[in-house]
Design a protein around this ligand. Structure first.
Ligand code: G4F
Length: 328
């Protein structure tokens, strides 16, 4: 069972689980649009949709419905990936962010606590819990010092997962994920905003890219590698928390250079700063130490920033060149 199955991570994880012969259930929000672009290939596969992949309507708020679905489907594993995940937006909608990202996780844990057959539970946590950290790089023991509403909500959820593991014996884990990107990344996150603009500029469809702060350092990896690690976490004999990261800090300027470099352009000729995209507070030193994931899960992130940027630009160029581009 996956919450957030229609998102970047949910769609990769669903594909990986189906390849491993799982039956996959996903919770989806009811909206007037039935377009779920990232799931489209699975949706249109007659061997998969409604045979091994099932979608159920439920908001994270809708505890009665979620309880009913879990009682009916009796999942072995529950991957909780849903939530309001945009850090910048969390300053505009802090209550919604805390409601879904924080309380949504607690509500799920409460449901799982009452189930006779309890699924193994994975919560996608975030490097944002470290905020302005004491240590660089950060590991599972680093103190949480969040500085954004999203980071505060994720800290709450992460601590609740630990509490339910320690106090109620749930097999509950936190995947403390650093930024992980892909061709399926939402268009409002900085990497995808950049690669989409690079594609557009290189095809002569756009001439400027407006961004906020370029000062932040991020530890950017490739999303399907992170969902593979999440699956490995739930196959361990004991529940635990793991930092998932590349261990390499890059600046937004580095990502700009890699993305524009993929089409032989110099980013400095195209990028302008726009105060609209500045945040009231920024995390600047987030880089992860994934030594525990390497030792216990046999996992390491392997895709470099250059390769990540190149793939995303190539995918965006292909999409823009189509008559009806896919919009993730
Ligand atoms: O791409 P971002 O919005 O990612 P951010 O804030 O690091 O959060 C992402 O990673 C977290 C860690 O894994 C997740 F928990 C979270 O859910 C999300 O997936 O911004 C990256 C950096 C920031 O410093 C931001 O200020 O890029 C800077 N930036 C500069 N101009 C911009 C822009 N960010 C966005 N989204 N849009 C801009 O125009």
């Amino acid at each position: 069972m996956l919450t957030g199955i229609t998102g970047q991570d949910g769609s990769y994880l669903a594909e990986q689980l189906l390849k491993r012969d799982y039956i996959v259930h996903g919770l989806v929000r009811r909206t007037s649009s039935t377009q779920r672009v990232r799931l489209a290939p699975l949706f249109h596969d007659s061997e998969v949709y409604d045979k091994r992949l099932f979608l159920h309507y439920a908001d994270l708020d809708d505890t009665t419905t979620i309880r009913r679905i879990l009682l009916k489907t009796e999942p072995d594993e529950l991957y909780h990936l849903a939530g309001q995940s945009h850090v910048g937006a969390s300053f505009e909608i802090p209550e919604t962010t805390c409601q879904f990202t924080g309380m949504g996780t607690l509500k799920l844990l409460e449901i799982v606590r009452d189930l006779a057959k309890k699924p193994r539970f994975l919560h996608i946590s975030s490097s944002e819990i470290f905020g302005r950290p004491d240590d660089v790089p950060q590991n599972e023991e680093t103190a949480m010092r969040p500085v954004t509403p999203y980071g505060v909500a994720k800290s709450f959820a992460t601590n609740m997962v630990r509490l339910y593991r320690d106090s109620f014996g749930l097999f509950a884990c936190n995947a403390i994920c650093y930024n992980h990107e892909s061709e399926r990344r939402g268009e409002s996150f900085v990497t995808r905003k950049i690669t989409k603009a690079v594609a557009s500029i290189s095809l002569g469809l756009q001439d400027k890219l407006k961004l906020g702060s370029l000062d932040g350092l991020r530890d950017w990896g490739y999303a399907p590698e992170y969902t593979e690690a999440m699956w490995r976490m739930l196959q361990q004999p004991e529940p635990d928390d793991y930092v998932l990261a590349t261990g390499v800090a890059n600046s937004i300027r580095d990502f700009l250079a890699a993305a524009f470099g993929a089409v032989d352009l110099d980013w400095q000729n195209y990028v302008e700063q726009d105060p609209r995209y500045m945040r009231p507070s920024e995390v600047t030193q987030l880089v992860g130490d994934a030594a525990k994931a390497k030792a216990k899960l046999g996992w390491t992130a392997t895709t470099t920033l250059q390769e990540l940027a190149r793939r995303m630009v190539q995918s965006d160029r292909e999409q823009l060149s189509q008559a009806n581009p896919t919009r993730f």
